[in-house]
Design a protein around this ligand. Sequence first.
Ligand code: FAQ
Length: 309
Amino acid sequence: MSTQQERFDQCIKQDSFIEPKDWMPDAYRKTLIRQIGQHGHSEVVGMLPEGNWITRAPTLKRKAVLLAKVQDEAGHGLYLYSAAETLGADRDDMMQKLIDGKMKYSSIFNYPTLTWADVAAIGWLVDGAAIVNQVALCRTSYGPYARAMVRICKEESFHQRQGFEAMMQLANGTEEQKQMAQDAVNRFWWPALMMFGPSDDNSPNSAQSMFWKIKLFSNDELRQKFIDNTVPQVHQLGLTVPDPKVKWNESTQHYEFGEINWDEFNAVIAGKGPCNQERLAARRKAWEDGQWVRESAAVYAQKQTAKVA
Ligand code: FAQ
């Protein structure tokens, strides 16, 4: 075994961070670019379902909060693309792969936001699920990814609270508002559980990613943690979980739950979800419309560099 490989293995064993200039196996680099790139794309595509409601938010306060949240997601995308660049990834190439459907983004953003309650449900459930996954990633083995996660988690935590608070208002409102809240939970509950990825026995990347400590917990472990956190919150809101099998198990100290529809998950990640085409068309348009901005920025940067020289 090469000295470089030994040093890398030692670093992973001792829970030290791998930094951009450190030697790393090609497959480790490739796995990180895949995961961080997909994560960045999820943040950016994730702006679309909620962005859909900015002009229709019910009050000025809700509009201001939603604008701030959507801007935060754009910022998260930028930190993550920057982290991927430290591994040698090219941002334009990642964008091209996204709009060509060659790079994934989170399945959850292929569902529509039909009512205002869906925006509340995304803040509460989707950001809630993202936090469970991302708190663990604050200790992932690649330094720039772990550090990006610390800031992202702080912001996601505000997102989750505003979503819960918006949901609470609906759940305690008129009968119609409560119905709207329940309908949003019914539609977003299962897709939120799918965010954690396939079950452990069907997750091809998990074993290697856990060996390298890119992932510190398995997909099923994190999903269970989310369910344990969230079922009591649903009850606190006076709503119901759309799963008749949800039941507290005293001996395991966890909630039991029903079977996830993996056919639906597989269809969504294969591009056949309700909004896949719409999401990619929106990103493609934004990328094309922004071309002149990128070109102008590059010319400006060149001129500034020439001035300094
Ligand atoms: N959607 O072997 P595994 C957010 C793919 S951020 C789509 O288990 P892995 C913030 C997976 O890529 C949400 N594809 O894979 C926000 C792989 O395909 P590949 C995003 C999925 O990587 C809130 C294949 O299935 N968070 O929401 C999904 O070890 C509100 C086999 O799966 C992250 O990306 C899925 N749900 O584990 C923004 C967190 N699940 O690449 C706006 C970082 C799996 O081999 C508004 N990522 N796949 O072709 C991770 O932790 C991991 O990548 C997992 C998947 C856990 C997502």
